[in-house]
Design a protein around this ligand. Structure first.
Ligand code: NAI
Ligand code: MG
Length: 505
């Protein structure tokens, strides 16, 4: 093909993309649409849950409960116990009492408990997926194929380490730290619980875990699993509640280590609280990750990567590729193809297997996203609302969208939105792409798309980010360490590096 023919072919392709999608008309129906594909597995949910302390579900000393809402229907699905400082104290005491025996148990036996947790998660995986999607709003396709399998994988992986720690830290005698306080967010509830608990247990520590207040149900189901596999009482305690509960855990004098995943704002509060103590701390905080598309990339593949990067889990992802940098020569093509692809995304019922984008996790998060949408338009960026999914009458929804004409100084180019909103910017040279990508207070993740290996390695090396994905995005593995630089936090989770946070050397 001559270059002229190539250009003409490309122009024709783009023209086809920008003509409106015309639906095939059947005699009975005006448009073709998917039939509903509802998930049929049922997950029982109790009216009320207690706290999981010392191997039992107990009534909170606070006598208080709060509602857990299904964000797709706004219905209250259960009442969750709100742990106060006394409850936190009881949980930490149980963990402290259980610590010496758990630390001394033969590591091969410890591994067996962790393997059993992993297997039980697999056996109950469909139920856990339904629960996760009902409580948190994420599409069942994601909770079923990503969250739950990865949660099991983290327990499998770390079970394997339990009796091999001497080899992980050659020449040292790794010892447990003691009681670990672990506070997790609402975007990957069970997966984050697994990320925190699995390495801590493998290294012989005991735990007090606090799930996020909008998504407690899968952690409480995990507590049932811990009972089923006969984990010794007190080794894992799960206390529910909001920020005050988390703060009481952070400030408890018998907690030896805090692991936190959540907002940078709360991370800073926790860092201050731990600064005057000898508590160890790891923080996994927010991000504003760049996804860079060079003109020599495979564009169709990159489009899927952009979608996966920002619209996965409604954009509630700390490493979301929320700043898209596209080389100027392919900007029009990328925008046209992205627009075309986004029209096909289906927003709606999280329990429908065809859903791509589920419900926004909470009313508060939806309000935050709306504030960013207003700020973007207000500061002069152009909003493209290209998806026209019909939204359910109730629930918290946001169609996927993107902004162009974004300046680096705009709020939407600097701050974490945590929603299905992408900021598109362009660049001319690799140097400019790097400068702009690294111009952020965060440093959690990044993506690079190019068919040229040497370019990928050069750029990846110079990006200041904990994880750099090359020609892919949002891939996770228990063996691969995850964590950030700068305001994205410190410490690593997963892999050999992640074990370090849970041992005394
Ligand atoms: P958050 O940081 O308040 O919540 C995360 C966890 O911290 C929850 O379990 C919460 O109960 C707990 N927590 C809150 N205040 C605490 C305190 N003072 N001491 C100890 N624990 C405390 O996040 P939030 O308010 O739900 O979301 C706000 C924004 O934070 C989001 O819009 C998003 O930008 C960001 N975020 C980032 C996450 C990440 O994975 N990096 C996860 C969740 C939110
Ligand atoms: Mg909920």
């Amino acid at each position: 093909m001559t270059p002229e023919q190539q250009t003409r072919g490309r122009e024709r392709e783009l023209a086809e993309l920008s003509t409106p999608v015309t639906h095939v008309v059947s005699p009975q129906r005006s448009v073709w649409d998917y039939s509903p594909a509802p998930e049929t597995t049922k997950a029982a949910i109790a009216d009320r849950y207690g706290l999981f302390i010392n191997g039992d579900f107990v009534t909170p000393r606070s006598r208080k409960h709060f509602a857990s809402i299904n964000p797709a229907t706004e219905e209250t699905i259960s009442e969750i116990a709100e742990a106060n400082a006394d409850d936190v104290d009881a949980a930490v005491k149980a963990a402290k009492a259980a610590a010496p025996r758990w630390a001394k148990i033969d590591p091969r036996e410890r591994a067996k408990y962790i393997f059993r947790i992993a297997r039980r998660i697999q056996e109950r995986s469909r139920e856990l997926a339904v629960l996760e999607s009902t409580d948190g709003g994420k599409p069942i396709a994601e909770s079923r194929d990503i969250d739950i399998p990865l949660a099991a994988q983290h327990f499998f992986y770390h079970a394997g380490w339990a009796d091999k720690l001497r080899f992980a830290f050659a020449g040292a005698q790794p010892k447990p730290i003691g009681v670990c306080g672990q506070i997790i967010p609402w975007n990957f509830p069970l997966l984050m619980a697994a990320w925190k608990l699995a390495p801590a247990l493998a290294c012989g520590n005991t735990c007090v875990l606090k799930p996020a207040e909008t998504t407690s149900l899968t952690a409480l189901r995990l507590a049932e699993i811990l009972q089923e596999i006969d984990l010794p009482p007190g080794v894992v305690n799960i206390i529910t509640g909001a920020g005050a509960t988390g703060a009481a855990l952070v400030n408890h004098p018998h907690v030896r280590k805090i692991a936190f995943t959540g907002s940078t704002e709360v991370g800073k509060i926790i860092a201050k609280a731990c600064a005057s103590t000898d508590k160890r701390l790891t923080l996994e905080l927010g991000g504003k990750s760049p996804n860079i598309i060079f003109d020599d990339a495979s564009i169709d593949q990159a489009i899927e990567g952009i979608i996966q990067g920002i619209y996965f889990n409604q954009g509630h992802v700390c490493c979301a590729g929320s700043r898209l940098f596209v080389q100027e020569s392919i900007l029009d093509e990328v925008i046209a193809k992205l627009t075309h692809r986004m029209k096909a995304l289906r927003v709606g019922d999280p329990l429908d297997k065809n859903t791509d984008i589920g419900a926004i996790n909470s009313k508060a998060q939806l309000a935050t996203i709306h504030r960013f949408l207003e700020a973007g338009s207000g500061e002069g960026a152009q909003l493209h609302e290209v998806n026209t999914s019909t939204l359910p009458n109730r629930g918290y929804w946001c169609r996927p969208c993107f902004f162009t004409n974004v300046q680096p100084s705009h709020t939407i180019a600097r701050e974490e939105i945590f929603g299905p909103v992408l900021s598109v910017m362009s660049f001319r040279t690799p140097e400019e792409a790097l400068l702009r990508a690294n111009n952020t207070p965060y440093g959690l993740a990044a993506g690079v798309w190019s068919d040229k290996g040497s370019k990928i390695f050069d750029i990846a090396r110079k990006l200041k980010a904990g994880v750099v994905w090359c020609n892919t995005y949002n891939r996770f593995d228990a063996a691969s360490p995850f964590g950030g630089f700068k305001e994205s936090g410190f410490g690593r989770e997963g892999g050999l590096q992640g074990l370090k946070a849970y041992v005394e050397l």
